[in-house]
Design a protein around this ligand. Structure first.
Ligand code: HEM
Length: 170
């Protein structure tokens, strides 16, 4: 065996060889069930509702849908903050979650989502009846796209990287 091949075989990945790498169980949990997973459904569903209400307002001109979009976008933002808080605490306190680059990618996608959700709601607070075209619809469409992206990536963390999963399952 060549000297350089020997040296390569001796190299270890400093991240996965960290003794705490496999400590990725959720700490912010109720009876072992991660709180973050319980909360994320709310911003995802409410963001989709706000987008749907915008489409109905565009199609019918009925002010009911403009008000529905205002409430749904506001609640999506506030519940998104709560979901983000539980996720952030998890990220900071669990060493195996902190060590995975994918967790930080999820954090960046989620923070972008929260910024767009805040803009979508804030914009409507200055006259929800007239804001639909073009920026209201653009912001709610962008929010829906980012909610899908963050949700899909969160699922990837759990299913592909075993983040937040219990090691006692059989
Ligand atoms: C802002 C900071 C956020 C951080 C640091 C964060 C972090 C995490 C972590 C560590 C997990 C793994 C499961 C767990 O430990 O609970 C996770 C899962 C997940 N996250 Fe986030 N998250 C954030 C925000 C969000 C938001 C706003 C959404 C909403 C779209 C979201 C959607 C998801 C989903 C769908 C899962 C998979 C849940 C499951 O199936 O168990 N995350 N996130």
């Amino acid at each position: 065996m060549q000297a350089h091949e020997k040296r390569e075989n001796q190299l270890t990945d400093p991240i996965s060889s960290n003794p705490k790498f496999n400590h990725a169980e959720s700490r912010i949990a109720i009876a072992g069930h991660p709180v973050h997973a319980m909360l994320v459904s709310f911003p995802i569903a409410l963001t989709t509702c706000a987008w749907g209400a915008d489409i109905f307002y565009w199609a019918t001109g009925d002010l009911f849908w403009a008000r529905a979009a205002l409430w749904a976008s506001g609640m999506a933002f506030l519940m998104g903050l709560l979901a983000g808080l539980s996720g952030t605490v998890e990220l900071l306190v669990v060493p195996g979650i902190r060590a995975r680059a994918a967790s930080w990618t999820h954090f960046i996608i989620a923070m972008t989502l929260l910024a767009v959700l805040g803009a979508n709601w804030g914009y409507r607070l200055y006259g929800y009846e007239e804001m639909l075209l073009p920026y209201g619809l653009l912001l709610s469409s962008l929010s829906a796209a980012f909610a899908g992206f963050a949700g899909w990536h969160g699922g990837k963390l759990v299913f592909d990287y075993q983040v937040g999963t219990s090691s006692s399952g059989s």
